[in-house]
Ligand binder design. Structure first.
Ligand SMILES: *[C@@H]1O[C@H](CO)[C@@H](O)[C@H](O)[C@H]1NC(C)=O
Ligand SMILES: *[C@@H]1O[C@H](CO)[C@@H](O)[C@H](O)[C@H]1NC(C)=O
Ligand SMILES: *[C@@H]1O[C@H](CO)[C@@H](O)[C@H](O)[C@H]1NC(C)=O
Ligand SMILES: *[C@@H]1O[C@H](CO)[C@@H](O)[C@H](O)[C@H]1NC(C)=O
Length: 236
């Protein structure tokens, strides 16, 4: 009963509250903004979600659009987009490059599609490189990295402070382009002591490119270590 009354009252309440009627730019919920949830709802972003988690950028980004007063824009490549990369391209990236790749897909400012139509190029991203936006017929916007160009057709979310756009290609940085074009994972990433401090046993010669295998190895190593420690404790 109460709810029926409420529904009957709702139009009147809306009339009395012009702000609600005009769909005011949702005043609250940047605290509730949840990129994971937005991407999961899209259900074709599992690779991106995994990459966001593996590179630990999910929480970073999540924090950014809570704290950045200018808002935030994310370009979300679909699973298909990742599949269409030359084989080995993604696995051929170092961990640092994977982070850069993710950062290249986000801008520390909110852009609506019409903003992107008129924005001055290049647009600053979270990475060292910019993106260029050009308008086509109608309200279509293309985004270009210099080596990849793709049309933006779908907004998963377009409301300040967060815009999330689907892209059907991975926005591959020009700086990586050699890697993207070579069929096999780039000739041995030059690791000039990029592993600061931590003396992780590098698997340079072996399957360094396969992140998942690397993770499994670490888990395996952890379990062995745990077992050894357990034995030591039992024996002592
Ligand atoms: C975001 O949503 C995901 C699932 O949709 C959930 O697991 C996660 O806890 C949420 N994060 C926050 C900060 O609410
Ligand atoms: C947008 O990019 C597509 C390729 O994805 C291209 O075919 C099209 O011509 C581009 N449009 C404009 C206006 O540059
Ligand atoms: C973007 O456009 C500018 C000129 O407007 C050009 O100098 C630059 O190389 C372009 N960058 C990319 C990534 O396409
Ligand atoms: C490396 O991984 C590839 C598949 O990703 C596999 O074909 C190859 O045998 C592996 N090489 C080594 C040395 O483990």
């Amino acid at each position: 009963m109460a709810s029926t009354t409420f529904i009957l009252l709702l139009p009147i309440l809306l009339l009395l509250n012009p702000q609600a009627q005009a769909q005011a730019p949702a005043p609250a919920p940047s605290g509730q903004l949840n990129l994971t949830a937005i991407l999961e709802k899209g259900s074709q972003y599992t690779t991106l979600l995994k990459l966001l988690k593996d590179t630990q950028q999910l929480s970073q980004i999540q924090n950014q659009f809570k704290t950045n007063s200018q808002g935030f824009t994310v370009f979300a490549p679909t699973d298909n987009a990742f599949q269409n990369l030359p084989s080995g391209a993604l696995n051929g990236l170092s961990d640092d490059q994977k982070v850069q790749l993710i950062l290249y897909h986000s801008a520390p400012k909110y852009y609506s599609l019409s903003d992107l139509l008129t924005v001055s190029n290049p647009v600053r991203t979270q990475s060292p490189w910019g993106l260029n936006f050009t308008g086509g017929q109608g309200n279509q916007v293309n985004v270009s990295t210099g080596v990849v160009e793709v049309q933006i057709n779908n907004a998963l979310r377009q409301q300040f402070p967060l815009a999330v756009y689907q892209v059907d290609k991975v926005l591959w940085p020009k700086a990586f382009s050699a890697d993207a074009n070579s069929p096999s994972p780039a000739p041995a990433p030059k690791k000039k002591g990029s592993n600061k401090g931590t003396a992780t046993p590098t698997t340079d010669s072996k399957n360094d490119s396969n992140g998942v295998a690397g993770m499994k190895n670490n888990v395996g190593f952890g379990m062995v270590l745990g077992f050894v420690l357990l034995c030591m404790r039992v024996l002592s």
